[in-house]
Design a protein around this ligand. Structure first.
Ligand SMILES: NC(=O)c1ccc[n+]([C@@H]2O[C@H](COP(=O)([O-])OP(=O)(O)OC[C@H]3O[C@@H](n4cnc5c(N)ncnc54)[C@H](OP(=O)(O)O)[C@@H]3O)[C@@H](O)[C@H]2O)c1
Length: 242
């Protein structure tokens, strides 16, 4: 492993925006991507065309709600890489309007993935990121959680009501601010991005953006240089209010 190599872990990388982020990162020279996948077989399948393209991608088992899964990945990274340069917390779910779950259960399960899962993975990976000379964390959030956008009566998405999802991403945004503050002195840059309304399984493919378009902002923030911002919320066009 060369010292100039950049090692990135992307959670939820077997499909949708996560797969596009992993692909976009791996197409950058010197970037080696670990594709965190709940189902390793799906991750292997998703990796086939990328490996055929000559990209340096490796599927690894990762369920962010499962302590043992995160510990096993921690061991693998310790053994085989010894450090991590960027973590993209992409794995996320939305359960609003689930046909059988109560609203309280929708909230509980969504928080488990979108907030506790991110926290669990970030805590596990922070020591490896601290060994990098350019540690970066990108949290994949959503402008649906933005208090500033929601207060604007002309906001394009004001008709979309996803209360438990929005609350979970608002908590993720708060964690972003806390980690950015906490890790600043160690040279980390921790930011939240919104990929935009994207055609994936999560939106029943109704989104107007492609996963490739959605991935650009996350890729850029995972590879931020020293001059880049810390502790902000952005989409492709501009900085967003929290
Ligand atoms: N699509 C949009 O319009 C949109 C807009 C704003 C923000 N986002 C955010 O973008 C991210 C990706 O969304 P997407 O649209 O690509 O969704 P998606 O197609 O549903 O993909 C979600 C990914 O997360 C994984 N995942 C779910 N629970 C997990 C867990 N406990 N541990 C590890 N991985 C887990 C899924 O794995 P399985 O395949 O095993 O289920 C899948 O790989 C999410 O955080 C989402 O909230 C999406």
């Amino acid at each position: 492993m060369g010292t100039t190599e950049i090692i990135v872990l992307v959670s939820g990388a077997n499909r949708g925006i996560g797969l596009a982020i992993a692909t976009g990162l791996a197409r950058h020279k010197g970037v080696n991507v670990l594709l965190g996948c709940r189902d390793l077989d799906r991750g292997k399948e998703a990796s086939i065309p990328l490996q055929a393209e000559g990209l340096r991608v490796r599927p690894v088992q990762l369920d962010t709600t499962d302590e043992d899964s995160v510990l096993a990945l921690t061991d693998l990274i310790e053994r085989e890489y010894g450090r991590l340069d960027a973590l993209v917390n992409n794995a996320g779910i939305g359960l609003d309007y689930h046909p059988t779950l109560s609203v309280a259960e929708q909230m509980r399960q969504t928080l488990e993935v979108n907030v506790v899962g991110v926290l669990r993975l970030t805590e596990a990976m922070a020591p490896f990121l601290a060994k990098s000379n350019r540690p970066r964390i990108v949290n994949v959030s959503s402008e649906l959680s933005s208090f500033g956008m929601r207060a604007d009566p002309n906001w394009a998405y004001s008709a979309i009501k996803l209360p438990t999802y929005a609350a979970s991403k608002a908590a993720l945004n708060s964690l972003t601010v806390s980690y950015a503050d906490q890790l600043r002195d160690k040279g980390f840059k921790v930011n939240a991005i919104c990929p935009g309304y994207t055609a994936t399984e999560a939106t029943n493919f109704s989104g107007t953006r492609t996963p490739e378009q959605a991935a650009v902002i996350a890729v850029n923030f995972a590879l931020l240089d020293e001059e880049g911002p810390n502790g902000i919320f952005v989409n492709e066009a501009r900085e967003l209010p929290w």
